[in-house]
Write a protein that binds this ligand. Sequence first.
Ligand code: NAG
Ligand code: NAG
Ligand code: NAG
Ligand code: NAG
Ligand code: NAG
Ligand code: NAG
Ligand code: NAG
Length: 329
Amino acid sequence: MQKYSLLFFLLLLSPALSDLQCVENDKTALLKIKNSFGNPPELFSWTQTSDCCTEWAGVSCDLALGQVLSLNISNTKNISGPIPDSIGDLPILSYITLHNLPYLTGPLPPSLTNLSLLNRLTITYTALSGPLPSFITTFTQLSEFNLSHNKISGNLPVFPGDNTYFSIDLSHNYLSGVIPSSLFLGVLTNPILDISFNMLTGMIPSSLGKINFSWLNMAHNQLKGDASFLFGASKWAQLIDLSWNELDFNMSSLTFSPDYLQSLDLSHNEINGSINKQISKAKKLKALDLSYNQLCGRIPIGGPMKKFKASSYAHNLCLCGRPLPPCTR
Ligand SMILES: *[C@@H]1O[C@H](CO)[C@@H](O)[C@H](O)[C@H]1NC(C)=O
Ligand SMILES: *[C@@H]1O[C@H](CO)[C@@H](O)[C@H](O)[C@H]1NC(C)=O
Ligand SMILES: *[C@@H]1O[C@H](CO)[C@@H](O)[C@H](O)[C@H]1NC(C)=O
Ligand SMILES: *[C@@H]1O[C@H](CO)[C@@H](O)[C@H](O)[C@H]1NC(C)=O
Ligand SMILES: *[C@@H]1O[C@H](CO)[C@@H](O)[C@H](O)[C@H]1NC(C)=O
Ligand SMILES: *[C@@H]1O[C@H](CO)[C@@H](O)[C@H](O)[C@H]1NC(C)=O
Ligand SMILES: *[C@@H]1O[C@H](CO)[C@@H](O)[C@H](O)[C@H]1NC(C)=O
């Protein structure tokens, strides 16, 4: 916001800058997009006679170049059909937001591969469907990849490259199959991964244990087996949510980040063993749900543990102690 108001201020001050018009190529591409979307009323400001860099809703430019840097079309039922191919004709387009467009359909257009500077791709709450095309992993500048709440099917891709795809959100789709054993090929510093609410099956690959996620959500899938390798006191995850799967492992030796972990949900699995006392060192822990598992033994006390109610531990095998009834042995 601040950046834009500063730009606006500069525009007012500088007649030279305000003379700048968006380049013809970009204007033509946007007008084609408007046309493919059926000239919806939301894009009424997109006209042949106005400057697309300063007068068009949802468009912002690199003002020095007069080229479109970001495009945001959100919150309307009046846009239907697929993402137009002409989106690939905006050479420096770096930020795309297509949000809450329930009638936006079809797969991602191949012309997206033209956007070599793409940094943030957010297409959320639409009817985008089909499998993820293989070109989706070819962007070299992409850091935020958010395709949550769509109708995407097929398998998860393998994400390439060092320090790209830093944040991946594919939650609330129809993805199926197993998680690739090397989901990330490159080195990523504290990435975000949200693949919750899909139909993923099989074991979580142990290679993911080497990744130091800052946020990891795999809830509401059909994942089986071990997940203990995802944990550790030296990991940086703020949130780990593996709830509503079919995970079965022994929780007794798991340790948790004392300085970062804020939210842990392992509920609705088949996890056995006991809760390691070390959890009471996770001083930032604000949300804990271990209900509906096969856990047993004394609930640790101290630190953040006093915050949690009986519901955090409900429906286990034989957990005991505060806030549940006292242990009998
Ligand atoms: C996109 O535009 C909507 C309004 O239509 C606004 O609420 C939202 O914050 C914008 N998003 C981005 C990422 O600019
Ligand atoms: C869709 O367009 C119609 C006019 O064609 C308008 O009345 C309506 O407000 C628009 N819907 C939204 C969500 O803006
Ligand atoms: C993509 O790039 C190619 C080559 O640079 C160009 O011919 C084409 O028109 C561009 N646009 C689309 C939509 O593919
Ligand atoms: C992805 O977009 C949705 C909808 O705008 C948002 O709620 C969610 O936080 C985003 N995911 C990430 C990882 O930023
Ligand atoms: C996790 O990442 C943080 C910050 O990048 C680092 O300090 C910490 O040592 C890492 N832990 C592991 C287990 O790699
Ligand atoms: C606890 O779970 C592990 C992993 O599924 C299993 O091998 C072990 O037999 C279970 N222990 C008991 C007592 O059921
Ligand atoms: C879990 O592992 C611990 C050793 O780390 C062992 O003492 C305990 O019996 C195991 N629990 C189950 C249910 O298998």
